[in-house]
Design a protein around this ligand. Structure first.
Ligand SMILES: [Zn+2]
Length: 395
């Protein structure tokens, strides 16, 4: 293997071996490792405090002051789940049949390793070969992407570290394809309150569980109706709704006075937060009108996460397309990303029209038992990313 190729594999292994599961949100050891790695490669480092010891680590290769290319990679992973179900050590970074295994290998320590290697390569080119970059090449390693508040990218957005002209590229697993649109992701908690009674005397109580049952049926029906009336978005398809958690009741022989549900709704443009809220609210009002004594509360569980589309004329997309073709000899496909990312958060918070997703590994391997990333994908990611950075900033 050539040097950067060995480097990306070893770096992915090293970072998989440093657990950073969220919950509990413990990225401290990994953030220290990344900081030291950047410093060892003579790359400028900035730390942004987020919460307690949790910091975003920002590495920067200096350019001439034009719009920066900001690569984004989150340091946290989801938990490993039941370790006994893993065939490979979740924190071992084992390699078998051309794939590297472990929690975070695909989502997204492999992508973060690719970005680090590209920063180091361009830092060396700037220092030793006199390469001039029009703008900075930045890597922002964030905390807390896997939780609902996405505190890392939220802190970046609040501090306005990157303006609306920055080119945002998050290294989530896309199978090394360019994803130029994000589905909106809305999470709500709905609570119904009723009145306790002996289950032998249900007529004197107000059954919150029964009200919730009706609401759940209503939400699914309304979401299906909404989808049936829309043409699918070419990149993001149709809206979906899932009632993913329901909790209610205290005992078998007691009418439940309390029931809460969590709802995940994903929507393509042109749907907005307003349509999602009114769909949920409409059903709740019907239920309240029908069941005397039921009261309700609807609460958003996240900051606003509407759909995000990259400007098709963004120089970032053009540079990626040229870089991709120069490396792989074929035109880059443009796809949509079904999940939400740090880049989408930043784009919404700062009014930035240049947010895309590109990274090694398949989204279907993320968050799984025996999570893995193909080594060939890691190497392709380094090559395409370097070519994109040079196309965008190198002249
Ligand atoms: Zn991820």
């Amino acid at each position: 293997m050539l040097e950067p190729e060995r480097a990306v594999v070893q770096l992915t292994q090293a970072m998989v071996r440093i657990p950073s599961e969220n919950p509990t949100g413990n990225e401290v050891a990994l953030s220290r490792f990344i900081r030291e790695w950047l410093e060892a490669h003579k790359i400028e480092v900035q730390l942004q405090a987020v919460e307690g010891e949790r910091v975003n680590v920002i590495g920067r290769v200096r350019g001439q002051g034009g719009p920066p290319l900001v690569l984004i990679a989150h340091m946290d992973t989801v938990p490993i789940g039941e370790q006994a179900k893993w065939k490979h050590d979740p924190f071992g970074g084992e390699i078998e049949d051309g794939s590297l295994y472990g929690r975070g290998s695909c989502d997204m320590k492999g992508g973060m390793a690719a970005a680090l290697v590209v920063l180091a390569k361009l830092q060396r080119a700037v220092q030793e070969e006199g390469l001039n970059l029009s703008g900075d090449l930045v890597l922002a390693c964030t905390v807390d992407e896997e939780e609902s508040l996405m505190k890392g990218s939220s802190a970046l957005g609040h501090a306005k570290i990157f303006g609306p002209d920055a080119y945002l590229l998050t290294m989530e697993p896309t199978g090394c394809k360019l994803n130029v649109a994000h589905k909106g992701a809305f999470w709500y908690e709905v609570t119904f309150l009723g009145k306790l009674a002996h289950a032998a005397n249900p007529q004197i109580g107000v059954d919150a569980n029964r009200a919730m049952a009706e609401a759940i049926t209503g939400w699914y029906q309304r979401a299906e109706e909404l989808a049936s009336k829309m043409a699918p978005h070419p990149l993001l398809g149709l809206p979906t709704l899932v009632v993913s958690r329901v909790q209610g009741g205290i005992k078998t022989n007691v009418v439940s006075e309390y029931c809460r549900a969590e709802i995940d709704m994903r929507v393509p443009p042109p749907l907005t937060a307003t349509e999602v809220a009114s769909l949920l609210q409409g059903v709740v009002e019907q239920v309240e009108a029908k069941w005397q004594g039921i009261t309700s509360e609807i609460r958003p569980m996240t900051t606003l996460r509407p759909p995000v589309e990259c400007d098709p004329h963004s120089p970032l997309v053009a540079a990626f397309d040229r870089g991709y073709k120069s490396v792989l000899g074929q035109e880059a496909e443009h796809l949509g990303f079904q999940a939400y990312t740090d880049a989408a958060m930043l784009a919404v918070m700062t009014g930035n029209p240049n947010a895309v997703v590109f990274g090694p590994g398949l989204l279907s391997d993320a968050h799984t038992t025996d999570e893995k990333v193909e080594i060939s994908q890691l190497i392709t990611a380094v090559r395409v990313l370097e070519a994109t950075a040079r196309e965008l900033l190198g002249k």
